[in-house]
Ligand binder design. Structure first.
Ligand code: MN
Length: 272
């Protein structure tokens, strides 16, 4: 079984009429004859566009597309009348491709478990206080979730709530091999390297150190996004993959197909 892995395709931010990211992604999925495509969040800034894109991929390829919402998919930027992020989360959750609370079994051995994850500032520098992180502002840069995300609870509580749901699902499948998918970063290796004055503050918004108890058997793969790096790590028998396509303006070359081919990881897994 061939599983393609990518995240942060940001089709709206990378929009170019003659070179659509979604068209090129469909071509690559078909070229590689993938059975499954996992997108670890941030398809677009508009959940309706994100869900339509998932439908298109499924219609125009032979593969099953699975996904977890990223913070951008959850934004209300294009739906200012939707006040509560939970409402958008539930719209996304209802889509058949969404992994949240819907473990996806691969034969008898593997199961894919996923959710957005969240941040709780545990990856922040402790020179800043909790109150500093509530502001989400540093040197004229505003963390955009402060404008477009409104959970009915604090970020710390949201992070814990999602941890609880993931833990329950992993416990239920402890005899299987688990592919864990989150949008947020769960391992400090994937943070923006320091020294970096801006990210010394904003790394706090990239994920959480507090999901560490999940990073052991039966979890075998951890798939993440969000940070706009393309990095892999193998540690204690777990393979970590962060395969962010990123914004077009961040690409080394303005060619969507080449960038997708460079970014996409393919896992070949034996199932029975
Ligand atoms: Mn993100």
């Amino acid at each position: 079984m061939k599983i393609g892995i990518i995240s942060d395709i940001h089709i709206d931010k990378s929009y170019k009429e003659t070179d659509l990211v979604e068209d090129r992604l469909i071509e690559v999925v078909n070229d590689k004859a993938l059975n499954i495509l996992i997108i670890a969040g941030d398809i677009s800034n508009d959940y309706e566009l994100s869900l339509m894109t998932l439908d298109r991929i499924e219609i125009e390829t032979e593969c099953t597309c699975l996904f977890v919402p990223g913070n951008h998919d959850l934004w209300n930027k294009h739906h200012p009348d939707i006040i509560h992020t939970q409402w958008i989360y539930e719209k996304i959750y209802a889509h058949k491709s969404c992994l949240c609370d819907k473990p996806y079994e691969l034969g008898n051995d593997y199961v894919i478990i996923g959710d957005t994850g969240w941040y709780d500032f545990s990856f922040g520098n402790n020179q800043y206080a909790y109150e500093d992180y509530l502001v989400g502002y540093y040197k004229e840069r505003q963390w955009q979730d402060k404008k477009y995300i409104n959970w009915n609870v604090s970020d710390v509580e949201k992070c814990k709530e999602i941890y609880g749901r993931l833990t329950k699902q992993i416990d239920r499948y402890k005899d299987k091999k688990i592919i864990l998918v989150t949008h947020m970063i769960l391992h400090p290796y994937f943070l923006v390297p320091l020294p970096n004055e801006t990210w010394n503050y904003f790394n706090a918004f990239l994920g959480t150190a507090n999901y560490k108890p999940l990073l052991k058997s039966p979890v075998q793969y951890v798939i993440m996004g969000h940070v706009h790096y393309r990095k892999n790590l193998e540690e204690n028998n777990i393979k970590y993959l962060c395969r962010c396509l990123n914004y077009r303006k961040q690409w080394s070359e303005d060619n969507a197909k080449k960038q997708i081919e460079e970014t996409l990881a393919v896992l070949e897994i034996e199932t029975n």
